[in-house]
Design a protein around this ligand. Structure first.
Ligand code: NAD
Length: 502
């Protein structure tokens, strides 16, 4: 079956209790191919009753899943990884058709998803608590790790598979059920993804499509127990507020405005290529994209020249063709991003390359890769996420100035530096206020290393051993196997321990 036929089969469907089913919703929206503007299928805005049904199914499935031993759960997650690899060509094509990124990027994303399942399948059974030295003779003190219950995963459009994989692999491996509310722009490919989970118990992994109302109902539901949110700051704040009402565990991954520092010691050809990649990957729709490029004045002009050359050389087009950059995800996102560029120019930035829409397209939400120079720290583009293919460059006089400006931000997701100076490398790691610091290794992820931000970029961590505790409770247990009287602190108190003055 072709992916387009897959899409028509998924028309207005939800994945609930182990099966695709037609939604009863009267509301919904169309999924549109951003490269051709053709309609792919209608997406349902799930009804309240359907959401409640999914939550009930998840809670039932979770109890049985958590009762399984850790090895059985691990094998089931390795099977997800195996299926993802088998399904990769179809899944990658589906993502590219629905949200626009080049096929290679979609295929990479499927592979990164598979490695996350393989990683957490093993990491979660490695440790399920710890034994603690007791404070009373003969007792046994230890902790046990327990799942939260049903975890709601709310996602943005830019990495629909790998973000789901990072969060669901940790949540499932620790004994939870998950319900995914995908972005409105990646609902079909998320439904298709469920083929990789068909061997798991019914209800353990579900997809409920729709807009903010659907996400809000899942987050606020009395019978969901944890939330993993990735998306914009206002939505993250709203979700954190709702979770605070009932102290529901919330992982909040929001926006970034990552700095990218270029020092004279770095090989310029490499740092220019790295900057162009970090600014334009996925059409700039990456939370850890290079959004503020601080270049030392000694290499500024040459660096700009190289980035301009690379930007002009990018092949833009339909992600299913041989291209480097696809369209933006929606006309709304393109309009918003173009507004960010115009404002930058209004505030004094100079467009040295790109700045418009590429010629030769009758349809599709394409934009050019854009290099901006003369950017200053006060400009809006240097203070807010542009979330599009812009490379705003700011000239700096020293390493200290670069670090100071990099930290002058309300965001703290990732930070990059290009240098071969050991002292600068170490100082950057120590001084940059960010969740991840990349020295000559832009935007890289590692399943075994924690990912997340500080400041307005969010709270909590996914991936690594740190990511496990995001989805589990820690319970302290103390056992006296001899069941002895604990006279050292029980009633009646000994007279000789009374206040000496009485
Ligand atoms: P968004 O905040 O508009 O939407 C994200 C999701 O939240 C969507 O599924 C949406 O339907 C849902 N939603 C909206 N209102 C809701 C509510 N009241 N309750 C529950 N759910 C609700 O974000 P977007 O435009 O889809 O994504 C782009 C943003 O995502 C960017 O800011 C980007 O930086 C961020 N992002 C962050 C990371 C990270 O790891 N920090 C990763 C990828 C993307």
């Amino acid at each position: 079956m072709s992916v387009l036929e897959d899409f028509s089969n998924l028309e207005a469907k939800l994945y609930v209790d182990g099966a695709l089913r037609a939604s009863k919703a009267s509301d919904g929206f169309d999924a549109i191919d951003p490269a051709t503007e053709s309609k792919l299928a209608h997406v349902a805005d799930a009804t309240d009753a359907e959401i409640d049904e999914a939550v009930a199914a998840a809670n039932l499935a979770q109890k049985a899943w958590n009762a399984r031993n850790a090895l059985t759960r691990a094998e089931a997650l390795h099977e997800v990884a195996r299926k993802l690899r088998t399904l990769a060509p179809r899944l990658a094509e589906a993502m590219t058709r629905e949200m626009g990124k080049p096929y290679k990027e979609s295929a990479d994303e499927v592979e990164w998803s598979a490695t996350a399942y393989d990683y957490y399948a093993e990491a979660a059974r490695h440790d399920a608590g710890r034994v603690i030295g007791p404070v009373v003779d003969g007792q046994f003190h230890f902790t046990v790790k327990e799942p939260l219950g049903t975890v709601v995963i709310i996602l943005p459009f830019n990495f629909p598979y790998v973000l789901f994989a990072w969060e669901s692999s940790a949540a499932l491996a620790t004994g939870n059920a998950v319900i995914l509310k995908p972005s409105e722009c990646t609902s079909l490919c998320s439904l298709l993804l469920m083929e990789a989970f068909s061997h798991l118990p019914d209800g353990l992994v579900q997809v409920v499509t729709g807009g903010g109302r659907v996400g809000a109902r899942l987050v606020g539901h009395n019978d969901t127990h944890g939330v993993a949110f990735t998306g914009g700051v206002p939505t993250g704040q709203e979700i954190a507020r709702v979770c605070a009402e009932s102290f529901k565990r919330a992982l909040i991954e929001t926006s970034g405005n990552d700095p990218f520092i270029v020092m004279p010691s770095a090989p310029l050809d490499i740092s220019a290529r790295a900057a162009a990649f970090a600014a334009y990957l996925n059409c700039g729709q990456v939370c850890t994209a290079a959004e503020r490029i601080f270049v030392h004045e000694a290499v500024h002009d040459e660096f700009v020249e190289r980035v301009v050359g690379l930007s002009r050389g990018l092949r833009i087009g339909n992600g299913l063709d041989k291209v480097d950059m696809g369209p933006m995800v929606s006309s709304r996102e393109r309009d918003r991003y173009e507004g960010v560029l115009w404002r930058a120019v209004e505030q004094g930035a100079k467009v040295v390359s790109g700045g418009g829409r590429p010629p030769g397209f009758n349809a599709g939400w394409f934009v050019e890769a854009t290099v901006l120079t003369d950017c200053t720290p006060d400009m809006d583009i240097m203070n807010n996420e542009s979330f599009g293919p812009a490379a705003p460059i700011c000239r700096v006089k020293s390493f200290d100035e670069a670090i100071e400006l990099a930290n002058r931000s309300r965001y703290g997701l990732g930070a990059n530096i290009y240098t071969t100076d050991l002292e600068e490398s170490m100082r950057a790691v120590n001084e940059l206020e960010a969740g991840m610091v990349w020295v000559n290794a832009p935007l890289l992820d590692n399943d075994a290393g924690p990912f997340g931000g500080r400041k307005m970029s969010g709270m909590g961590r996914q991936l690594g051993v740190e990511g496990l505790d995001q989805f589990r409770h820690t319970k302290l247990a103390m056992i006296d196997p001899h069941c002895t009287a604990q006279d050292f602190w029980w009633f009646p108190y000994a007279d000789e321990e009374a206040y000496p003055g009485s």
